[in-house]
Write a protein that binds this ligand. Structure first.
Ligand code: IMP
Length: 443
């Protein structure tokens, strides 16, 4: 097989903030036209709610592409997979008549087992000081075992003998940690095997060399969608460490998380940002609005987590975060979501810089201690009262909304390709003249 891809027709959709930017809706919008949708990092800490007609689907592991027949859905090696959750998701879809035969899982992806969840929850509960606010899904401990070189990969999980011997070796240490450090009762080997044997049998037929498959589809010039989870500021290296998730969430992770070359494989990179900001869990957040205005954003934007139901912290648009995110991801355009939520405010503060120790800075500080002390330097933009959720063209937006979007572009140096004014597919405006919008239109 030639090593290089000649013409590339692929797009990555990535979160630019702290997750929950509304990627699900945009991915769904694009998926209808994609041949392949690939996830490359994270696990079931992600969550999408997709409404198709009268039916609501909640998915954590599976890409939205699974709802569209014929779309090949790949779960890459960079992911961590909880078989209990994945099999449940598949069963739920099959019951409702969805064909799941187009799913392929990398045998190199790591497995989340009950003790990973138990450690995740126990460790958070035992912290007296800084809690991370994890989703409690065992994501961190599963990635930690991978880095420790003592994890279990999907290829070994679905082979019962190999799974048994791995568990024999691994469980005593996991139980010691649980019992001695956290006072948890631990797990019985037989109990785990009994639960997991049928799950492994169910998942075995889905395993395939996803790296090779993806390369074959790229070679054919097919439409490939790379679906990110979480957001840039939750990236384990580039986010607000340690208040981050345990994987790399930025564009670079596509290559390691799927086993493809960075050369000519990702054509466009759409950064998804809300017109404001939200964050679940702990960590620094300079533009958080703690007054009733923040509550208003939460209620208007229905800002409660898909995975945990937690109320999200809400605040104003942070161009420092967006600019940084655009740089480390290489965004070729913005998808701005939830612009409708910004209606009804007299003025809209937008942070173009932070103030730290009396100095203005335009990039997020590296040290957490500094990040906590940053104050946003706001410019106030005029708000609008109109309900814009029925707008389908840019001309239908009020002039104040135009200046708001213009400020987002000016402060970040990235053009807006798409604006979303509500949860429905039709409530999406492609911005005429933006090159990424043209790409999306032809995708
Ligand atoms: P973990 O990924 O469960 O370990 O959680 C680590 C941090 O990332 C916590 O602050 C979570 O709230 C956050 N997080 C993880 N996944 C998501 C997501 O999909 N959306 C938003 N926040 C997330």
């Amino acid at each position: 097989m030639p090593m290089k891809v000649k013409s590339v027709n692929s797009i990555a959709v990535l979160g630019a903030q702290w997750g929950d930017e509304g990627k699900g809706k945009i991915v769904d919008y694009l998926t209808r036209r994609a041949d392949v949708v690939a996830r490359f990092q994270g696990g079931n800490n992600a969550g999408h709610t997709v409404v198709v007609g009268a039916e609501t689907f909640k998915m954590h592991h599976l890409p939205v592409g699974i709802l569209h027949s014929g779309v090949l859905c790949l779960l890459g090696n960079g992911m961590v997979i909880d078989p209990e959750v994945l099999v449940n998701e598949l069963a739920g879809l099959e019951e409702r008549g969805v064909d799941t035969s187009c799913l392929r899982i990398s045998p190199r992806a790591h497995v989340i087992l009950p003790f990973h969840r138990a450690v995740d929850i126990s460790e958070e509960a035992s912290k007296t000081g800084m809690k991370i606010g994890t989703t409690g899904r065992g994501i961190g401990p599963a990635y930690a075992d991978k880095a420790y070189r003592r994890g279990l990969r999907m290829g070994d999980y679905v082979n019962h003998e190999r799974f048994c011997s791995w568990l024999e070796e691994a469980l005593p240490l996991q139980n010691r940690i649980l019992r001695e450090v956290f006072g948890h009762p631990g797990f019985e080997k037989e109990e785990i095997l009994q639960l997991h044997r049928p799950l492994g049998e169910k998942l075995a037929p889905y395993l395939a060399d996803t790296s090779l498959l993806l390369m074959e589809h790229l070679q054919k010039g097919e439409r490939i969608l790379f679906e990110g989870a979480q957001g840039a500021l939750l990236d384990i290296d580039h986010g607000t460490y340690p208040f981050v998730t345990s994987s790399n969430t930025i564009s670079g992770s596509i290559f390691t998380g799927l086993g493809i070359s960075p050369l000519n494989t990702v054509g466009e990179i759409l950064g998804v940002t809300k017109a404001y900001t939200t964050r679940v869990g702990e960590g620094p957040y300079p533009t958080e609005e703690k007054s009733t205005l923040g509550d208003r954003i939460r209620e208007r934007g229905r800002e409660y987590g898909t995975t945990t139901g937690r109320p999200r912290r809400c605040g104003w648009f942070d161009a420092v975060v967006a600019r940084y995110s655009a740089r480390i991801n290489g965004f070729t355009g913005w998808g701005v979501t939830k612009l409708d939520v910004m209606g009804g405010f007299k003025t809209l503060p937008v942070a173009g810089a932070y103030r730290l120790d009396g100095r203005e800075i335009s990039d997020p500080p590296v040290a957490l201690e500094d990040y906590w002390r940053c104050e946003p330097v706001y410019q106030e933009l005029p708000g609008w009262d109109e309900d814009i959720s029925a707008a389908r063209r840019m001309e239908q937006l009020p002039p104040e909304a135009h200046s708001y979007l213009q400020a987002m572009e000016d402060l970040t140096g990235v053009k807006i390709a798409l604006v979303s004014v509500g949860p429905e597919r039709e409530q999406t405006i492609l911005v005429p003249g933006a090159s990424l919008a043209t790409f999306i239109n032809n995708f």
